[in-house]
Design a binder for this molecule. Sequence first.
Ligand code: HEM
Ligand code: HEM
Length: 125
Amino acid sequence: MKGAARQFFILAIAYAVVGMALGIYMAASHNHAQMPTHAHIMVAGWLMSSVFAFFYHLFPEIGARPMARAHFWIQAVSGVVLVSSLFVLLNGTEAIEPLTALASFGFLAGMLVFIWNALPVLRTA
Ligand code: HEM
Ligand code: HEM
């Protein structure tokens, strides 16, 4: 794997380890208060980053473009801020909510950049 594919796969693995550790903590402590954080780390983090990684791996000419790198950084920074601030929010610090909201829009922006990058594939299908 190269370029954005490799970056996304490394990020996916990091999300998987952190998300599963949180899941095990939740199960062991019988405290499921962080369920939305765990769910988003696993699905929006591990699964989505894996999909992006395999997309850019399947279409390496798209994965090598600067826009694929841009996509990685927007999705990675907003995603990590999203789940970290959600963790803090669900721990009772409600003042952090505007940061979670901002990160949500960043995460959506990342998805829009991905769709833009993926358009040539749809056109040639
Ligand atoms: C070490 C492995 C894992 C453990 C110990 C674990 C643990 C948990 C726990 C305790 C809950 C809360 C259940 C509840 O309160 O109803 C939960 C929910 C959830 N987990 Fe995991 N989990 C693991 C792996 C995964 C994986 C691999 C995924 C997805 C790829 C995942 C996705 C979810 C989702 C989406 C929810 C929310 C379910 C709902 O909305 O009802 N988890 N998990
Ligand atoms: C813009 C970013 C996102 C925002 C603001 C957002 C917001 C939310 C909210 C408010 C809930 C309800 C939580 C609750 O009832 O406690 C939720 C649940 C959920 N979301 Fe998201 N979401 C986002 C992105 C995603 C993405 C990209 C995925 C999957 C790829 C996803 C998967 C889920 C799942 C599986 C649940 C159910 C688990 C649970 O209840 O905790 N979300 N989301």
